[in-house]
Ligand binder design. Structure first.
Ligand code: NAD
Length: 489
């Protein structure tokens, strides 16, 4: 059953098919960011809790990895159905502890379910290859085998979707799985674990262990863990990548972002303004695929800026559970303070404040902040370069299309970039020249479907194989090649 968060509920670990109290001693309050009220708390795990979870996951591996693949995907089909049946109540838990709107939460769960659907195709996706007569009288066969127990460490901003970038593929390929969700919104992960339980995965195949940095650092170097998937900010992604790889683990670590849209002089400006507004401010700007910088050709800059500010000003700000809300609160008080500091910095560094989010009407309680739009931002300004992760959009003026592309490529990040244009030649040039992992043309938010891989370039990604799709299958398996000759045959 997926219920709303109970008063004073504690987020426990889900280990070996049971709910267990974490014994690390440390705990953290979980708040409703729309009201500031305490919803419950999370107890952090001790090293003993983590050892136990990994031992149980290791213990479940032998039987699970040798279970017929057709049988292995049956709980995944049930899991998909349960996620759909409980999508609405799961979305309510998610909104209550994260703050995004119900429509955004429903959308993120849908994107998570997509990954379960794709992983149900593992019997086909996991096949590698067979070549008779690879050499004289020799046949060769490549097979993909699961690794063992794998861990995923996930961020606060998509507490349902991001764990589902990893869990379905990891277990479908025959691995056992430990999730360390964000400590800021742990109840969504626990509701997902209760659906895992109901779906009938054998005990120990899927586990959830709560904690903070100490738990992460122990898990990613643990002898019982073979591979580490991480999603979070760039400094932590780099730390996890280096630490886990140093301990001999296979690692994929997705980091932070500062994505750009380019608005060409020949774009449909109304469409581009609507899409840019939604991309910059959905989830209150707390998305790794948000486009918080718009690089606009000089010729259309003023017209685009006006359209965009009109769109942004019209947004309703409030509780994510209320009908008609376009933008919910930021996840916490300290995070809102950090976004406000960036707004101050933007003003101090001389950008033109076209829309001041601090002055928009927002509910008094909670961590709301209106949308801010800065105009004529210097490409070297702090607000143009650093990830703010809030509802702050910077407009940069570009001399022409070539100048716009080179401004995008100056970024240290490379998660995504989008172009608005009506010129196929420009679209082609953009695809070829822009340095980002997800590239959109006339698409505000370049989010790949689950059957394509998802991941960025430059400081937005550390590793080789990305999340989702074929990359996920290759990440969670080792390839062995059998070379056979039968001389008497
Ligand atoms: P975060 O880096 O603070 O935390 C992510 C995870 O790392 C959490 O589970 C946390 O417990 C753990 N962690 C935090 N500090 C740690 C430390 N010192 N050592 C070890 N582990 C530590 O990220 P966040 O604030 O939860 O999420 C927002 C960030 O995630 C943004 O930078 C955003 O761009 C990024 N993100 C990236 C993608 C992507 O696909 N590239 C997707 C979503 C979010």
């Amino acid at each position: 059953m997926v219920d709303p968060i109970g008063d004073g509920e504690v987020a426990h670990n889900y280990v070996g098919g049971e709910w267990r109290e974490a014994t690390g001693g440390e705990s953290l309050n979980v708040e409703n960011p729309a009201t500031g009220d305490q919803l419950g708390s999370i107890a952090f795990s001790s090293a003993d809790d983590e050892d136990e979870a990994i031992a149980l996951a290791n213990g479940a591996f032998e039987e699970w990895s040798t279970t017929a693949v057709e049988e292995r995907i049956q709980p995944l089909f049930r899991f998909k159905q349960l996620l759909e049946e409980h999508q609405e109540s799961l979305a309510e838990v998610l909104v209550t502890e994260h703050g995004k709107t119900k429509a955004e939460a429903m959308g993120e769960i849908r994107r998570g379910i997509e990954n379960v659907e794709v992983a149900c195709g593992i019997p086909t996706m996991m096949q590698a290859g067979h070549l008779p007569h690879a050499a004289p009288n020799i046949d060769e066969t490549a097979v993909r085998q699961p690794l063992g127990t794998v861990v995923a460490v996930t961020p606060f901003n998509f507490p349902a979707m991001i764990p589902l970038w990893f869990l379905p593929y990891a277990v479908a390929t025959g691995n056992t799985f430990v999730l360390k969700p964000s400590e800021r919104d742990p109840f969504t992960a626990n509701r997902i674990a209760s659906l895992v339980d109901e779906a009938g995965f054998p005990d120990g195949v899927v586990n959830v262990v709560h904690g903070g940095p100490d738990t992460v650092n122990r898990l990613i170097t643990h002898d019982g863990i073979e591979a580490v998937s991480f999603v979070g900010s760039t400094p932590i992604a780099q730390h996890v990548y280096e630490t886990a790889a140093g301990a001999g683990k296979r690692v994929q670590a997705q980091g932070g972002a500062k994505n750009h849209v380019v608005v060409s002089a020949n774009a449909n400006l109304q469409f581009a303004a609507e899409q840019t507004c939604s991309s910059a401010f959905a989830n209150a700007g707390q998305r790794c695929l948000a486009n918080p910088v718009a690089v606009v050709e000089d010729e259309v800059y003023d017209e685009f800026a006006e359209l965009l500010v009109d769109e942004a000003r019209a947004m309703e700000i409030g509780s994510g559970l209320e009908e008609g809300t376009d933008m919910g609160p930021l996840v916490s008080g300290p995070h809102r303070d950090s976004v406000l500091e960036y707004v101050e910095t933007g003003v101090e560094e001389g950008a033109e404040l076209l829309l001041d989010g601090r002055e928009q009407e927002v509910p008094e309680a909670g961590y709301h902040l209106g949308a801010t739009v800065f105009g004529d931002v210097d490409p070297d300004a702090t607000i143009a370069r650093e990830e703010i992760f809030g509802p702050v959009l910077a407009l940069i003026r570009a001399e022409d299309f070539d100048d716009a592309v080179s401004l995008v490529n100056r970024s240290q990040f490379g998660n995504a970039a989008s172009l608005f244009t009506s010129d196929g030649g420009e679209a082609r040039q953009f695809r070829l020249e822009v340095d980002a992992g997800n590239v959109g043309v006339n698409v505000g938010t370049a989010a790949a479907m689950a059957f394509f891989h998802f991941g960025g370039d430059k400081d937005s990604f550390f590793g080789d194989l990305h999340a989702q799709g074929d990359d996920a299958v290759r990440f969670y398996t080792d390839e062995t090649v059998y070379i056979e000759r039968w001389p008497d045959n």
